[in-house]
Design a protein around this ligand. Structure first.
Ligand code: HEM
Length: 324
């Protein structure tokens, strides 16, 4: 099989499994959370190896911005690590295995041929803090929010693939504080309402929502700290390369209330779909065109593509044969 053929097969599966974020022809911020069925946090996709290795590279190279935690989160981190190891070994027994002899646990990752033995609850027996450890075995970014005084605080996280926000900057902030850069969301009172909904979340009843933005190029790490590297790429776009270079970026976000600690696990699985593939699905191409045409400027500005929105519309129009 030639390499070109392999790429085609991978690409076709990407179009089939990509979480397209639009339900209709218009998009506004809303509490678009829905019950997560089945109640599973981790998704293993064909990009697993590539993305987990990229996460590990970023964690080694930029430890300050990719993993942060306060010491008081350690018990919750253990709860999250335990919960995910159980889930992964049950949902993907071919890829992961968990054996327990009392507090001596053995976690095996067959996808990257690793085995770790440790005493559950004793951090000195793991090579990293528990959230950092388990995050190195999943494609998702993992954020822990602690609930106290009727509020949610971003108190720990492993974040390798941010859509232009900084864990180092947001650490310790409340839900309303770290959402304050989002236009309309805070001023409209929606953020406050969503906070109320999150504070009432119950263990065993997880939620999920999709968020989206636009990515130029295929790098998942679009952190503000690296803006100098990726931010300028949008100025190189033209009609001839926009289909290849621009990707619809969807974040599959999942929310779990922990049962043993007062807090929430927020996971983010990021998917990228090049526009040239997206337009192979005519329903998606037309819907995306209408969503963009109708999108309020403050949202396009916040998401960073207002300067090339006309180019996106022109490209999509060409591919849906809707040139007016
Ligand atoms: C509870 C876990 C959550 C965390 C940790 C979280 C975190 C964040 C962060 C860090 C940002 C980027 C802000 C910036 O520009 O600096 C963001 C954006 C946003 N969040 Fe959340 N969020 C959470 C849940 C939610 C939920 C449940 C909603 C439901 C409406 C929501 C709505 C939004 C919206 C609308 C944006 C703007 C995204 C965009 O337009 O690209 N968030 N969130």
């Amino acid at each position: 099989m030639t390499d070109a053929f392999k790429v085609k097969i991978k690409d076709r599966s990407l179009l089939e499994r990509f979480p397209f974020p639009f339900q209709g022809d218009s998009y506004r911020y809303s509490n678009n959370s829905r019950a997560l069925v089945p109640p599973v946090c981790i998704d293993v996709t064909p990009e697993y190896r590539e993305e987990v290795l990229e996460k590990r590279r970023l964690l080694e190279q930029y430890p300050e911005r990719t993993f942060r935690s306060f010491p008081h989160t350690l018990a919750a981190q253990w709860e999250i690590a335990g919960m995910l190891m159980h889930e992964m070994s049950h949902v993907y027994p071919r890829y992961f295995r968990l054996e327990k002899e009392g507090r001596l646990w053995t976690f095996q990752n067959k996808l990257i041929h690793e085995e770790h033995k440790f005493i559950f609850g004793e951090s000195s027996t793991l090579p990293y803090e528990p959230l950092d450890f388990i995050g190195r075995h999943v494609q998702e970014d993992l954020i822990y929010l602690q609930q106290r005084d009727g509020d949610l605080y971003m108190d720990a996280g492993q974040l390798c693939f941010p859509a232009n926000w900084s864990l180092a900057f947001d650490l310790g902030m409340t839900y309303l504080q770290f959402h304050s850069p989002v236009p309309i969301y805070s001023e409209s009172g929606l953020a406050q309402k969503v906070l109320g909904f999150l504070l009432r979340m119950e263990a065993g009843k997880p939620w999920t929502r999709l968020n989206w933005t636009i990515n130029v190029g295929d790098r998942l790490d679009t952190s503000p700290e690296e803006f100098g590297d990726w931010g300028k790429n949008k100025y190189l776009l033209h009609l001839g390369n926009v289909g290849q270079e621009v990707r619809l970026r969807t974040e599959d976000q999942r929310l779990f209330r922990l049962s043993g600690n007062n807090g929430i696990l927020f996971s983010i699985h990021t998917h990228l779909l090049p526009l040239e593939m997206l337009v192979q699905n005519q329903v998606w191409a037309e819907r995306f065109y209408k969503v963009l045409e109708d999108l309020p400027d403050p949202l396009a500005e916040y998401k960073g593509f207002i300067s090339f929105k006309p180019l996106l519309l022109e490209y999509l129009q060409d591919h849906i044969g809707a040139r007016k």
